[in-house]
Write a protein that binds this ligand. Structure first.
Ligand code: DC
Length: 673
C-alpha cells in the first residue's frame, strides 16, 4: 500500500496482463454479520482484508464472536456464530467510515437489545441514518441520537417489539437501510414480519445481494416486486459451513476501464486485461458496469468468474445513461468520459451525495482540474472531455478520503497529453482495495523516459544513503542503493574463488552481468543465501571499493541498475547515478558536507556499533579517500553538471530530505503545496 502523502503517476501508455481482485466489500461485510448471527461455525473464504471489514470484525469480536484468521489457504476467517444470542449486553463500537457495518449492526443490535454505543469518524457522523432509525423505532426499538438528530453516533437500549403491523422504511436514500432490516428481522421472526418500502427503491442490485446471501444462511424472503418483503415466521439463521466471497465487481470497473482505454490495438502482441475472481455469474449488481463499458466501446469476453477486456471503439463513445443500477461503478464511467467523442451524461445518481463524500461535487471538481467541462445537477453529471490534447492539464487530485475517487482518477494517467497525475492521500484505497495502485502499475507500461528518477550522489558519509532511502519512502518510489551492487559483486566474486584485481576483471564482469540478486522485504538475497549482513561489514566496503574501480565490472552492472527504473519512479543513490547511469534524470542532487562533519557522523556510527576509533583518524581517512575517489579513472567522484549542490554540514537528515523534496516539487507541474 502507498502510505505516502501523494502518489505521482507518470504518464502511462498502455496496459496488459492479469489481475486477481480482492473480495467484494458488500459481500464480505454482509457475510461476516450473517455468520455472526447464525448458529455454528462459518469458514469465510477470500474475505476482503480492508478498513471496512476490519471495523466489522472488531465489532463482532467485541460482541463475543470467536474469530480466527487463517492466512494459509488464501484469506480465510472462521467465525463462531452467536446463534442470535449476544454474549455481550453492553459495548462501545467504533464503526470508522464503514456504512456497510454501522447500518446492519444498528438494526441487529436494536432488535436484540442491550446497551450499545455506535460511532465513527467525523464523516460517518455526517452520513444519514434517520430513515433506518425511524423504521426501527416503529417496531419498538430504543435508539437515541447522541450527536445530531438523524446521524450517528447512536445509543441503543432494550426494545419492546411490536411486529404485527408492516414496518415502513424509505428506500429512496440508501438501499442499505432495507438491507439492514432484512438482516436483522429474521432474529425475531416468531411471526411473519412484513417490510414495506416507501418511495422508489434505489440500488436494487444491492438488495438482490442481500436476498441471495440470506438464502445461503437459511432465510427465504418473500418479495412482492420491490415494494413489500416478508420474512416468514420461524425463520432461523443457519451457517452454510463454508462460503466464498466473490471479487468486488466495483473494483473490477477500474480494470474494465483500463482494458477499454489502455490496451493496444496496434502491434503484434495480444494486449488485453484479464480479471479473475468475478465474471458473468456474479451476484453483484455492479457487474452490469460491463454493459455500460461495452456501450462506450470496450470489447469484453467473460466466463463465470473471469473477464477479458480489450479496446474496441476508439475514441470511446459518449453515452447518456441512467446509473441507478451501478451507483459505485458509475464513477469509473465519469473518468472514461474523458476519453469519449462527446459529452457523457450520468443520470439518477443522487445517492452519490451521501456516500464517503459528496461524490457528485467531488467528481465535478476534480474532472474540471484535468481540463474537462462538467455540468452538475442534484442527481446527474455531464462530462465533456478536454477539447484538444492541449486542453488537458496536469492535476493534483484531491481524494476526499474516498477510495473510489482515488481509484477512478488513476485512469487519467493515460491522457493523450502525456501529463502526470497526482493522487493525494493514496492510502484511502485501503477501504476496499489496499494494493490497488500496485495492481494498476503492475499492468501498466510507459516509455522508460517517462519514469522519473531522482539521483542522490555525493562523497562517502555525506548521508546520501539515508537521505535517498527517506526520499524513496516519502514519494512511494523504488530505491536503488548502487553501492550494494558493488558490495554484492565483490562478495559473489570472492565466493566464486576470484581475486579482486585486474587479473580477474573479465570473470568478475561476467559474474556481475548475471548476478542472481533479489531484494525482498528489506533483505538482500544472492541466490539462496541471505547476504544482508555480509555485505555491510567494513571489509565488504573495502572489497566493493576495489571492485568498483574495474571498468568492465561497472559496465556489467549498468543493465541491473537500469532495471530498477520501474513505475511509479526511482530514487537512486551512488556516485555515478546522475553522470553515467541515469543522465536524463529530472533531478540530480550532489549531497556533501565538510570532511570534519562527515568524520563526526562516521565516528558516531562506528562508536554506536562498538567499534573504537578516533575522530582525527577518520577525518584523515575521509580526506584521503575523497582525493583518491576524485582522481580515480573509473567513475571519479564528481557532481553531474546539472546537479544541485546541497551542503548539509549544518542540516539534519529531515531538513536535507525536505530541501530535496522542495526541489522535486518545484519541478512537477502541480505547483508547490
Ligand atoms: O555507498 P557504499 O559504501 O555502499 O559503496 C561501496 C563502494 O562502491 C564504495 O567504495 C563506492 C563504490 N560505488 C561506486 O563506485 N559507484 C556507485 N554508484 C556506488 C558505489
Amino acid at each position: 500500500m502507498f502510505a505516502t502523502p501523494f502518489l505521482d503517476l507518470p504518464p502511462l501508455d498502455s496496459a496488459s496482463g492479469t489481475v486477481v481482485l480482492p473480495g467484494s466489500k458488500s459481500i464480505s461485510n454482509r457475510v461476516l454479520l450473517l455468520a455472526a448471527l447464525s448458529g455454528g461455525t462459518t469458514r469465510v473464504h477470500d474475505l476482503l482484508d480492508s478498513d471496512d471489514t476490519k471495523v466489522m470484525l472488531a465489532a463482532l469480536a467485541t460482541l463475543g464472536c470467536g474469530i480466527r484468521h487463517n492466512h494459509v489457504n488464501g484469506n480465510t476467517v472462521e467465525i463462531d456464530g452467536l446463534a442470535g444470542q449476544l454474549t455481550a449486553s453492553q459495548a462501545d463500537l467504533f464503526m470508522g467510515n464503514a456504512g456497510t457495518a454501522i447500518r446492519p449492526l444498528t438494526a441487529a443490535l436494536a432488535v436484540l437489545g442491550g446497551d450499545f454505543s455506535l460511532h465513527g469518524v467525523p464523516r460517518m457522523h455526517e452520513r444519514p441514518i434517520g430513515d433506518l432509525v425511524d423504521a426501527l423505532r416503529q417496531l419498538g426499538c430504543q435508539i437515541d441520537y447522541t450527536g445530531q438528530d438523524g446521524y450517528p453516533p447512536l445509543r441503543i437500549g432494550q426494545p419492546q417489539l411490536k411486529l404485527d403491523a408492516p414496518i415502513r422504511v424509505r428506500g429512496d436514500v440508501s438501499s442499505q437501510f432495507l438491507t439492514a432490516l432484512l438482516m436483522a428481522l429474521p432474529l425475531v421472526a416468531q411471526q411473519d414480519v412484513v417490510i414495506d418500502v416507501v418511495g422508489e427503491l434505489i440500488s436494487k442490485p444491492y438488495i438482490e445481494i442481500t436476498l441471495n446471501l440470506l438464502a445461503r444462511f437459511g432465510i427465504t424472503v418473500q418479495r412482492d416486486g420491490w415494494a413489500r418483503f416478508t420474512i416468514p415466521a420461524g425463520s432461523r439463521y443457519q451457517s452454510p459451513g463454508d462460503i466464498h466471497v466473490e471479487a468486488d465487481a466495483s473494483s473490477a470497473s477500474y480494470f474494465i476501464a483500463l482494458g477499454a482505454v489502455a490496451t493496444s490495438t496496434t502491434g503484434t502482441f495480444d494486449s488485453k486485461i484479464r480479471i479473475e475472481g468475478v465474471g458473468a455469474a456474479s451476484i453483484q449488481g455492479d457487474i452490469r458496469f460491463v454493459e455500460a463499458a461495452e456501450q462506450m466501446g470496450a470489447q469484453v469476453a467473460s466466463g463465470p468468474n473471469w473477464l477479458e477486456i480489450s479496446r474496441g471503439t476508439w475514441p470511446l463513445k459518449a453515452i447518456d445513461l441512467d446509473c441507478n443500477h451501478i451507483p459505485d461503478a458509475a464513477m469509473t464511467l465519469a473518468v472514461m468520459a474523458l476519453y469519449a467523442d462527446g459529452s457523457t451524461t450520468l443520470r439518477n445518481i443522487a445517492s452519490w451525495r451521501v456516500k464517503e463524500t459528496d461524490r457528485i461535487a467531488a467528481m465535478a471538481t476534480e474532472l474540471r482540474k484535468l481540463g474537462a467541462t462538467v455540468n452538475e445537477g442534484a442527481d446527474y453529471l455531464r462530462i465533456t472531455p478536454p477539447a484538444t490534447v492541449y486542453d488537458w492539464k496536469a492535476a493534483s487530485i484531491h481524494t476526499y478520503d474516498d477510495h473510489r475517487v482515488a481509484m477512478c482518477f488513476s485512469l487519467a494517467a493515460f491522457n493523450p497529453a502525456q501529463l502526470p497525475v497526482r493522487i493525494e492521500d493514496p492510502k484511502c484505497v485501503a477501504k476496499t482495495f489496499p494494493d490497488y495502485f500496485e495492481a494498476l502499475l503492475a499492468l501498466s507500461h510507459t516509455a522508460t523516459a517517462h519514469i522519473p528518477v531522482l539521483c542522490i550522489d555525493g562523497p562517502t558519509a555525506s548521508g546520501k544513503g539515508t537521505v535517498a532511502a527517506a526520499l524513496a519512502a516519502r514519494l512511494g518510489y523504488h530505491f536503488l542503493d548502487s553501492g550494494a551492487m558493488y558490495r554484492i559483486t565483490a562478495l559473489a566474486a570472492l565466493r566464486a574463488g576470484l581475486v579482486i584485481s585486474t587479473t580477474d576483471e573479465a570473470a568478475i564482469a561476467t559474474l556481475a552481468q548475471t548476478l542472481p540478486v533479489r531484494f525482498v522485504d528489506g533483505k538482500v538475497w544472492l541466490g539462496d543465501s541471505d547476504v544482508s549482513e555480509a555485505i555491510r561489514t567494513e571489509e565488504a566496503g573495502m572489497n566493493a571499493s576495489k571492485v568498483s574501480a574495474l571498468p568492465a565490472v561497472r559496465l556489467a552492472l549498468v543493465a541491473l541498475q537500469h532495471s530498477f527504473r520501474r513505475l511509479p519512479g526511482l530514487v537512486a543513490d551512488g556516485r555515478d547515478m546522475g553522470t553515467v547511469i541515469f543522465p536524463d534524470a529530472p533531478l540530480k542532487v550532489y549531497l556533501t558536507a565538510t570532511a570534519a562533519k562527515r568524520a563526526e557522523r562516521r565516528y558516531e556510527q562506528l562508536i554506536s556499533k562498538g567499534i573504537s576509533t578516533t575522530l582525527e583518524d577518520l577525518r584523515d581517512d575521509l580526506e584521503a579517500r575523497d582525493a583518491r575517489d576524485s582522481s580515480r579513472v573509473a567513475a571519479p567522484l564528481k557532481p553531474a553538471q546539472d546537479a544541485l549542490l546541497l551542503d548539509n554540514s549544518d542540516m539534519s537528515i529531515e531538513t536535507s530530505v525536505d530541501q530535496v523534496l522542495d526541489w522535486w516539487q518545484s519541478k512537477q507541474p502541480f505547483g508547490l503545496k
